[in-house]
Design a protein around this ligand. Structure first.
Ligand SMILES: *Cc1c(COP(=O)(O)O)cnc(C)c1O
Length: 462
């Protein structure tokens, strides 16, 4: 069967099962899907933790030499095997030639970020002049908000999700404070309808239509960290801009997860971290984007020497020649060790495309959803099956790779039982576990093994 055909995951899984003359939950289906997976070799590029090395595993329940089931790439991506090599290259260079490393070698330190900016631009669908690699995500969010939130007496609101990630929420609150604005009046937060977990696009668009004239800036996530909902970035962007708002996105959970076309969609600004799906290691170098259309008009509020044009930067004349667009927002010289770790991962992305990764991702997550639904019920009153509810939207175009799952039994004990059995996932208060099968290094076998483990974890957790 040609897996590149555009059938739904359910159709593909059931067709394969019938061809193999087995039931869809049979392990043979996982084996077949792995065999057909053209991206499966990328798993070899990463260090997959062994169950025996994880702190919470119970040696009685796991097989020592087994790989753990790593479904936590939405929190911290795995380490590429090249990371250490690239770090050592630069450490050696530093040891051998000291300050001369700034302009010599594979990654001249003074230009290190620029060596990998093109790889990054491909992943977010932007031109390389629209992207900078700098700072951490929250820092970049603040720097961008300083230029894209310019409240006036008529336009003084920021529109965001009610349950935005804490850092984004606080960033917005403090930006409002900086302008002396009252958050009760200026912080406009959209909540899901009563009894619903995720936001409807029509409701987001309706708020923009109704309140747009008083909204200065719309700040949404691309993929919601808790629910895993993928927002309709192009439609939100268009609707906001038609009302005269700037529209920006925090892409922490979207980058490296879904296909992005920031330039084509006309998104005004965006930022993201790189340690989740981009595997750059904790505290890795973050990204920021400003659309080309603003390159001459939107200026940074805070300036450092790295925003000065490269050509004359080192003349030290203290007469600012500001680089256009996002480059002018750079403050400090790039952190070479962080660049190395990001380089090692982006290079792997460079060997494939987000389109192919996304295609596998839809099937991989669809397979997980299929098996969860096969064994568990969303109906609390079904006496036959334990209650497990997937909060993440079921339409593939409304989600990335993550499924957020609520349980009728206490999640803390399910989580603990999963950990004992070598599953790395994460628990998010108030009541969900998040599972992220990542197409770059997770296999269909991982999903199948996970489902078996989940069964025994639920039985023990009761
Ligand atoms: C992960 C994440 C952050 C983390 O911010 P840092 O500045 O990298 O610590 C912020 N916002 C969102 C939406 C996230 O998912």
């Amino acid at each position: 069967m040609d897996l590149s055909s555009h059938g739904s995951p359910v159709t593909i899984i059931e067709t394969i099962a019938s061809q193999l003359a087995c039931s869809p939950e049979d392990k043979k289906v996982a084996s077949y899907l792995d065999e057909q997976d053209e991206l499966k070799h990328f798993r070899e590029c990463f260090h997959i933790p062994k169950v025996k090395d994880l702190p919470q595993t119970d040696p009685v329940l796991v097989n020592d030499n087994e790989d753990c089931i790593y479904f936590a790439g939405n929190s911290l991506g795995l380490q590429s095997k090249k990371t250490k090599i690239y770090l050592e290259e630069e450490l050696d260079k530093w040891a051998k030639i000291g300050v001369h490393g700034h302009f010599i070698g594979k990654r001249p330190w003074a230009l290190a970020d620029e060596c990998i900016v093109e790889l990054m631009a491909d992943i977010v669908g932007a031109r390389k002049e629209e992207i900078a690699l700098m700072n951490g995500l929250t820092v970049n969010l603040h720097l961008l908000m300083l230029s894209f939130f310019k409240p006036t007496s008529d336009r003084y609101k920021i529109l965001l999700e009610a349950k935005a990630f804490p850092s984004d929420h606080y960033a917005v609150e403090s930006q409002l404070q900086l302008h002396g604005l009252d958050k009760e009046k200026s912080m406009l937060m959209i909540e899901p309808r009563k009894g619903e977990e995720t936001l409807r696009t029509e409701d987001i668009l309706a708020v923009i239509e109704k309140e747009g004239d008083s909204i200065a800036t719309i700040l949404f996530s691309g993929v919601q960290y808790y629910t895993g909902q993928l927002f309709d970035i192009p439609r939100i962007t268009k609707a906001g801009q038609e009302k005269g708002c700037f529209v920006g996105f925090d892409l922490a959970h979207a980058v490296g997860n879904i296909e992005l076309h920031l330039h084509e969609w006309g998104v005004d600004f965006a930022c993201w971290c790189s340690y989740k799906y981009l595997n750059s290691g904790a505290g890795g170098l973050a990204g920021a984007y400003i659309h080309e259309k603003h390159s001459q008009t939107v200026k940074p509020a805070l300036i450092g020497w790295w925003g000065h044009e490269f050509k004359t930067r080192f003349l030290m004349e203290n007469k600012l020649q500001l680089s256009p667009g996002i480059d002018g927002f750079r403050l400090s010289n790039p952190p070479i060790l962080l660049v190395c770790a990001l380089h090692a991962s982006l290079e792997i992305f460079g060997k494939t495309t987000m389109k192919l990764l996304r295609r596998k991702s839809i099937l991989l997550t669809g397979y997980l959803e299929y098996l969860i639904k096969h064994y568990y019920s969303e109906d609390r009153n079904d006496p036959e099956k334990p209650f497990v509810k997937i909060i993440t939207p079921s339409h593939t175009e409304e989600r990335g790779c993550q499924l957020t799952v609520a349980f009728s039994i206490p999640i803390k004990s399910v989580f603990k039982e999963l950990e004992k059995r070598g599953v790395a996932c994460d628990l998010r208060e108030p009541n969900a576990l998040r599972f992220a099968p990542v197409p770059l290094y997770n296999s269909f076998h991982d999903v199948h093994r996970f489902i078996e483990i989940l069964g025994s974890a639920i039985t023990s957790a009761k």
